[in-house]
Write a protein that binds this ligand. Sequence first.
Ligand SMILES: NC(=O)c1ccc[n+]([C@@H]2O[C@H](COP(=O)([O-])OP(=O)(O)OC[C@H]3O[C@@H](n4cnc5c(N)ncnc54)[C@H](OP(=O)(O)O)[C@@H]3O)[C@@H](O)[C@H]2O)c1
Length: 220
Amino acid sequence: MKTVLITGGSRGIGKALVQRFLSEGYFVIGTSTKGVTDITHENLLVVQLDLMSPESIRNCADKILNIKKTVDILINNAAALWTERVGDTMELQVDILRKTLEVDLIGVIDFTLRIVPIMSQGGHIINISSRQGSLHYVHEMKNPSYQISKAGLNMFTKVLSCQLKDTITVSSVHPGAVLSGLAAADANMLPEESANYIYDLAISKSKTGQFWFKGEPFPW
Ligand SMILES: NC(=O)c1ccc[n+]([C@@H]2O[C@H](COP(=O)([O-])OP(=O)(O)OC[C@H]3O[C@@H](n4cnc5c(N)ncnc54)[C@H](OP(=O)(O)O)[C@@H]3O)[C@@H](O)[C@H]2O)c1
């Protein structure tokens, strides 16, 4: 039985991913900030993870290492967004930048580097990024700290793909404008549809170090 590790498996896209992988016969390790989800399944293990806290990251990774399973797929899906709206405009705010980078970038990197040693050869790491982190598509400030963190996450995908060469595939994914917690006003995709595209990519033998949307290359 193959194992997938999905951060932020309690809601939105992450929850839809947990359900899809369970239905495909995977053993699923999901995380949430409180260590609970409303899905119960014999092949689901839920572990507490708060990416804001280095201690929580260490404890979560240690628990996963202790169950002695090889992780075939890691999906770094968990993220948070704090609005920087001031009146009618967005303003980059350093206090928000610090916590966004902690959760959406540094925490993800810390967690990933702890999991890499127990990943299988031929495994796949998927970083759920965003169109908002694409330099190609930035023409205005939307959520500046979030934009900066997702651009950084994309660079992590590239850097890690160089480090891991061809042993483990590393991908960034734009999941679409999805009707979930971090939805933009124009969101129109169901979490299940987004999860289906991510699932197909996760099990594919795709080129490492790429950015994807709906199974097609997406501009950085
Ligand atoms: N929705 C969109 O349109 C869209 C577009 C582009 C990219 N994305 C990306 O897609 C991913 C999922 O987004 P979503 O809309 O499904 O989000 P969501 O519904 O808000 O769910 C966020 C998940 O992340 C977890 N989480 C939040 N803060 C965390 C923290 N400090 N430490 C660890 N886990 C934390 C939450 O756990 P709890 O339930 O415990 O709070 C939850 O499981 C994110 O990476 C997001 O940036 C989404």
